[in-house]
Design a binder for this molecule. Structure first.
Ligand SMILES: [Zn+2]
Length: 423
């Protein structure tokens, strides 16, 4: 009799344990293996891709060790030319993904972007001839997985881990305003390390940025939908025209690829907390990269804060592909427009008169944007048209000035000088 009760009791207990485990599992979404690559599989896919396109892609792996802690980062370089000197004169873009281990979607975006660059996949509604022409003048370096050691911890089951393999947040380990702690500082999330650049991953990234000297830097994260520019450690954006150009690019991206949902502005001012020692602030302040951004590509605000996989990564196929397509589209808009936006800035700063043309540029852009939104979609043709209109406008102004000059030199001097304001 007693034995029968014992068996019944054990059976009930087993039932509860199994049910309990099921309950805890359902409150924490596991990694969707059908959608997401493991870090090893992702690395393999990228290596295979590079070996299939040696004329456009190359890969190198950089390793650094510090106090027995080894880190390695692979960098893929996309260029139509293998000539280093040729590449130095091109427009250079540096993109980093997977700085935080738990943000798996960002590394998938790196793979998708490289597939599109290699032309094995396409962005919906894009013209491959136009893309090729744009890409001809660019060198793009992609770091698909900045934090491999942290990612391994996530894959081993610690789905909320964002730090590197020894507990340091790689986006707090840079030198600008390093180590400053806010009132809500959480060592689990934001441990900045023992000093600026204490971590080999950050050292490697700094080395890449120093040798590559990019014009554009983008640090790709997830957890929300946002397009951030400096500063992260202050709640303002920098002064000056370059800052203005960055913001107008981000607003353009928000309209075109984020359906206006993304937060746009300084990281520190928009996200609700200040972050010290970030990569983007370093790239802007110290490395003097003229365009520096942090993109937050996806976030599930309804997910429980303990359900990290769901909070930081899409869990269904439709959302997964939508996120990858939208953000690849955003990158290509940057590839197409960042250079002429920056060219405008530099010519403006060197010439006061051209400064006025910037406002004409803005006027035209605003006008065309308004028109495009009224008529539904903004096309590449429209963008090309805008560039042409700008060129014609400049030529028109230049010829007007020349005509005025010729006119003045022909008629009497007194008449010409009479239209000048009196001192
Ligand atoms: Zn992050």
């Amino acid at each position: 009799m007693g034995f029968r009760y014992f068996v019944l009791f054990m059976f009930l207990r087993l039932f509860l344990i199994v049910n309990g485990r099921n309950l805890s599992e359902s409150s924490s979404t596991p990694i969707n293996q059908d959608l997401y690559h493991s870090s090893d599989a992702l690395e393999e896919q990228i290596r295979d891709l590079v070996s299939r396109h040696p004329n456009k892609l190359k890969i190198e792996t950089i390793k650094t060790q510090n106090k027995g802690y080894l880190a390695e980062i692979s960098v893929v370089t996309y260029s139509h030319s293998n000539n280093e000197i040729d590449n130095k004169s091109k427009f250079r873009i540096l993109l980093s993904f997977g700085q935080h281990g738990r943000e798996l979607i960002t590394t998938e975006l790196a793979l998708r972007l490289l597939s599109i660059l290699s032309e094995e996949q396409r962005i919906p509604n894009s013209d491959p001839v136009f893309l090729n022409r744009t890409l001809d003048n660019l060198v793009i370096k992609v770091v698909p997985m900045e934090n491999l050691n942290g990612r391994k911890l996530v894959e081993a089951g610690d789905l909320c881990e964002r730090r590197n393999g020894r507990g340091v947040d790689l986006n707090r380990n840079w030198s600008v305003d390093w180590g400053k702690k806010e009132k809500d500082y959480d060592p689990y999330e934001e441990n900045p390390g023992t000093g600026p650049f204490s971590e080999p991953e950050t050292q490697i990234m700094r080395k890449i940025s120093q040798s590559f000297d990019p014009h554009v830097w983008i640090n790709v994260h997830s957890g929300m939908e946002a397009l951030f520019m400096p500063y992260d450690h202050r709640n303002i954006t920098p002064d000056g025209l370059a800052s203005h150009v960055m913001r107008s690019l981000l607003e353009n991206l928000n309209d075109l690829h984020c359906q206006g949902r993304c937060l746009v502005g300084s990281g520190g001012g928009s996200v609700g907390y200040l972050a010290h020692g970030t990569a983007t602030d370093y790239m802007y302040e110290v490395a003097k990269v003229p365009m520096t951004f942090t993109f937050e590509i996806y976030g599930d605000t309804d997910a429980s804060s303990k359900d990290c996989f769901k909070m930081f990564n899409p869990t269904d196929t439709i959302t997964f592909n939508r996120v990858l397509n939208d953000w690849c589209g955003a990158f290509f808009t940057i590839f197409k427009t960042a250079k002429w936006r920056l060219d405008g800035t530099y010519s403006n700063t060197s010439n006061e008169k051209l400064g006025k043309l910037e406002s004409i540029d803005e006027y035209l852009e605003g006008y065309l944007m308004e028109r495009s939104s009224r008529y539904g979609k903004r096309t590449e043709v429209l963008e090309l048209g805008m560039q042409e209109i700008r060129t014609y406008f400049r030529l028109f102004l230049l010829s007007s000035v020349l005509l005025m000059f010729m006119f003045c030199s022909r008629i009497s001097k007194s008449k010409c000088t009479s239209i000048r304001p009196l001192a």
